[in-house]
Design a protein around this ligand. Structure first.
Ligand code: FES
Length: 104
């Protein structure tokens, strides 16, 4: 699957997972592990990644149990990622255009 087709498919998934009928800011582009993604500006990073189909934020001690957002309120640290080179909790980090996100 080429990159454009993959992005279109991810956009379809994101629109399916987001609540319909809510006005949101314009989409901005950011990247996760080098993959370009789009999400509404200001949406929290964890929600944006999940809406884009990302189900693995990083590896935990047990490879069968990858890390992904759990509490979605800044408590558990399971969503820890590196955003523009700095560690950040994805669930309390708003999306900004051009963010470069990688596993922690
Ligand atoms: S999901 Fe628990 S701190 Fe982010």
């Amino acid at each position: 699957m080429d990159v454009i087709a993959k992005q279109d498919r991810m956009k379809d998934v994101a629109h399916t997972l987001r609540i319909a009928g809510i006005t949101r800011p314009a989409d901005v582009t950011f990247s996760f592990e080098g993959q370009p993604l789009t999400a509404p500006a200001g949406e929290n990073l964890a929600a944006a990644l999940i809406a884009c189909g990302i189900r693995r934020f990083g590896e935990g001690p047990d490879p069968a149990r990858p890390r992904v957002a759990l509490c979605m309120m800044g408590v558990c640290q399971q969503c820890l990622l590196r955003v523009d080179g700095r560690l950040a909790q994805a669930c309390i980090t708003p999306i900004q255009a051009g963010m470069v996100v990688t596993a922690a």
